[in-house]
Write a protein that binds this ligand. Structure first.
Ligand SMILES: Nc1ncnc2c1ncn2[C@@H]1O[C@H](COP(=O)(O)OP(=O)(O)OP(=O)(O)O)[C@@H](O)[C@H]1O
Ligand SMILES: [Mg+2]
Length: 266
């Protein structure tokens, strides 16, 4: 068994009178892939926001690679190796697909402004490496032929894949995917499952995926665990079969769904 990379302990956050996350604990081993599901408003995205320190928990602890990450800046979190995609796509719409990925690569600059200004050989070499890496990332998500297209001109499904490439640009060890299949049709979902599986297998990332498309979740988590959140609390943890047959999960969540598709997000 590989070592633990992320440990969330008794995480709780209150927003005014609303307890969005209630005493949630979970632990992930290096390279593990887990699914996080639950009804709208269950607290799934809030957990990602807490891991990336968009805000502080009311109580609890988050340990990444052996150290507490509470209170660290988004930049520090990124440098430690945590990256995410967003439920509502966050790209620079007027920039090209290539530029969006390149910007992600520059979020961890390896040469100074002065070096860039006088174009030292080192800065030039790193720039060439950056270009190569950006194209590799675009290729990885099958967007090479759209490298020069404006992000805003890409169909929605391709924008989601571009977000994935941008998130990978910082070379994360932990990658958080917030509804990567939102708005996708069944064929696009199938392609995405293959892509995410390939990324997980080849890059060795530890991954948490929030998703409402049950086919996507059950397929990608077939060898791993699914965590179910309801009203901020963990309702169940188990294999896809265990989760699909859990009466509490059916009552709180799966029972409302039609054909495995998300009603609220479709
Ligand atoms: N910054 C915030 N300020 C106040 N309330 C918030 C904030 N962020 C989330 N909430 C509330 O916390 C609860 C959980 O929201 P969250 O976005 O985590 O749900 P979710 O499980 O991701 O739902 P969905 O499936 O719809 O994306 C909701 O009641 C939401 O309104
Ligand atoms: Mg959400």
């Amino acid at each position: 068994m590989s070592e633990e990379i992320l440990s969330i302990k008794n995480l709780t956050v209150d927003f005014g009178g609303v307890r969005a996350v209630n005493d949630v604990s979970l632990s992930l081993r290096k390279g593990e892939f887990i699914g996080l599901i639950g009804p709208n408003g269950a607290g799934k995205t809030t957990i990602f926001n807490l891991i990336t320190n968009a805000f502080q928990p009311t109580s609890g602890e988050i340990i990444f690679k052996g150290q507490s990450i509470l209170g660290k800046s988004p930049d520090q979190i990124c440098r430690l190796g945590i990256s995410r995609t967003f439920q509502n796509i966050r790209l620079f719409p007027q920039m090209t697909a290539y530029e969006n990925v390149e910007l992600g690569l520059h979020s961890t600059p390896r040469y100074s402004l002065a070096e860039a200004f006088i174009r030292t050989p080192r800065a030039a070499r790193i720039e060439a490496e950056t270009r190569k890496r950006a194209h590799e990332l675009l290729e990885m998500v099958n967007l090479s032929q759209h490298a020069n297209a404006r992000a805003s001109s890409l169909p929605y499904g391709l924008q989601r894949r571009l977000e994935l490439a941008r998130a990978m640009a910082t070379s994360p060890e932990l990658l958080l995917l917030d509804e990567p299949a939102a708005g996708m049709n069944e064929d696009e979902c199938k392609e995405l499952v293959q892509l995410i599986r390939q990324i997980h297998n080849t890059m060795g990332y530890t991954m948490i995926m929030i998703e409402h498309h049950m086919n996507v979740v059950m397929d990608l988590c077939r060898d791993s665990l699914i965590y179910v959140l309801n009203l901020g609390s963990l309702l169940a943890v188990g294999s896809p079969a265990e989760i699909q047959n859990n009466p509490d999960v059916i009552r709180a969540y799966l029972g409302e769904r039609k054909n495995g598709r998300d009603n609220a997000h479709a």
